[in-house]
Design a protein around this ligand. Structure first.
Ligand SMILES: NC(=O)c1ccc[n+]([C@@H]2O[C@H](COP(=O)([O-])OP(=O)(O)OC[C@H]3O[C@@H](n4cnc5c(N)ncnc54)[C@H](OP(=O)(O)O)[C@@H]3O)[C@@H](O)[C@H]2O)c1
Length: 370
């Protein structure tokens, strides 16, 4: 898979045009915030929260975190920590006020209803972390923020009845909007990746490349892929809060379409491992019960009811100042972070193909008539 000269010139021209857009997006990031914000983070100690807390502190804002005090309790000793439980104990939030709330921890709508109703008169704005999974139809290419969403049963909120991840998040968004109206900021990220991601999904790829040898790569090398580096998301959140941005935004990247092959080669760029890539046909993999996303994280064949899963329209997030680190930086930092984990954790990834299964499938592929 080599990039032709014509493709390269096309990419370069697009890059130059993109540079002026990127420059104007950077203007949305003032060197110093005009005033320090008082930010309440619901969550703050899982995967995405710490990156937001860290960046907000760097920018001179004051941060309070609210959680049960169970996850990563060593983090942020300098930050005010309110203990409570979104299920049934919001006492520590009462009688307090902040400029903005970042709600990362809600996956059920009654959590958003309860905090948003409690805080609507004592907080200016509410940022809710939603998800791409709120969309109901991925057959379309170029989904934007107005594309159809799931249509869950609204009575599920009062009855505390889960409707599943995506539909729950639709109801969460509605609860945030019901309490905060045009003071609401909703972001719908796709796969969030980078240092600290304990799901090992994107991480599987740089880790696998770094292991070397013959590596199984799934499907069509041109298949599109989208994700977002957690640090790009975190920085964008804080800049949007500084700019008083409201509205609804998809949270995905990169800006220029990325193929699966480009993602893999981007990972190879950050290791010196001797590795070779064997691309195996989509149907060959599916026929053997291998599942997109689970056995091959990030990989979703762009066809049928998933044709648009990794081809979102990014007009709005780009206009709202979302910028992207180079893929090599994401891959390098993820790999370096992985190598700081305990040895036994490094040896047992939570996503991706088990090494012995990879060897089996490669052997079958080489033996198959083609
Ligand atoms: N990862 C992805 O690819 C992806 C993609 C799209 C959207 N998202 C969204 O991103 C968010 C996940 O972010 P994260 O887990 O990394 O967030 P986080 O803010 O870093 O961590 C989750 C926090 O929630 C707290 N928490 C959990 N249960 C709680 C409860 N009952 N009451 C109070 N606090 C509670 C945890 O602390 P304690 O345990 O101490 O309570 C922890 O601080 C979710 O909303 C998810 O839908 C993720």
């Amino acid at each position: 898979m080599s990039t032709s000269r014509r493709d390269f010139l096309h990419m370069s021209a697009a890059g130059v045009a993109g540079m002026s857009l990127a420059a104007s997006r950077l203007e949305l990031r003032s060197t110093h915030p005009q005033s320090a914000l008082r930010i309440l983070v619901l969550g703050g100690t899982g995967f995405i929260g710490p990156h937001m807390v860290r960046y907000a502190l760097q920018r001179g804002h004051t941060v309070t975190i609210f959680n049960r005090g169970r996850s990563n309790t060593h983090l942020f000793p300098q930050v005010e920590r309110l203990i409570g439980d979104r299920e049934d104990n919001l006492e520590s939030l009462k009688g307090r006020n902040w400029d903005v709330v970042i709600d990362n921890s809600a996956t059920v709508p009654w959590w958003v209803r309860d905090t948003a109703q409690l805080l609507k008169d004592s907080v200016d704005r509410y940022l809710f972390t939603s998800t791409r999974s709120t969309y109901s139809d991925f057959t379309q290419i170029g989904l934007n923020e107005d594309s159809p969403q799931h249509d869950p049963d609204p009575s599920a909120v009062d009855e505390r009845r889960s409707q599943g991840y995506g539909p729950n998040k639709v109801l969460c968004e509605r609860e945030a909007l019901r309490a905060f109206g045009d003071r609401t900021l909703i972001v719908r990220p796709g796969l969030i990746v980078g240092p600290g991601d304990n799901t090992d999904r994107f991480s599987y790829w740089p880790i696998r490349v770094d292991k070397g040898g013959e590596m199984l790569c799934p499907g069509d090398p041109e298949n599109p892929v989208m994700f977002i580096d957690v640090r790009d998301l975190a920085e964008w959140y804080i800049h949007m809060l500084e700019n008083s941005t409201v509205g609804i935004y998809n949270g995905l990247g990169p800006e220029a379409p990325l193929s699966f092959a480009e993602m893999i080669y981007g990972c190879r760029a950050v290791t010196s491992a001797e590795v070779s890539f064997t691309w195996i046909d989509t149907d060959f993999l599916l026929d053997r019960g291998l599942r997109p996303y689970r056995d091959f994280p990030c990989w979703m064949p762009a066809r049928g009811d998933r044709a648009g899963f990794q081809r979102f329209d990014l007009t709005r997030p780009l206009a709202a100042g979302l910028t992207y680190r180079p893929l090599a930086v994401t891959a390098r930092d993820t790999l370096n972070w992985h190598k700081t984990r305990p040895v036994e954790r490094q040896a047992t990834l939570r996503a991706g193909l088990a090494p012995e299964r990879e060897v089996e499938i490669l052997a079958e592929w080489h033996a198959s008539p083609r």
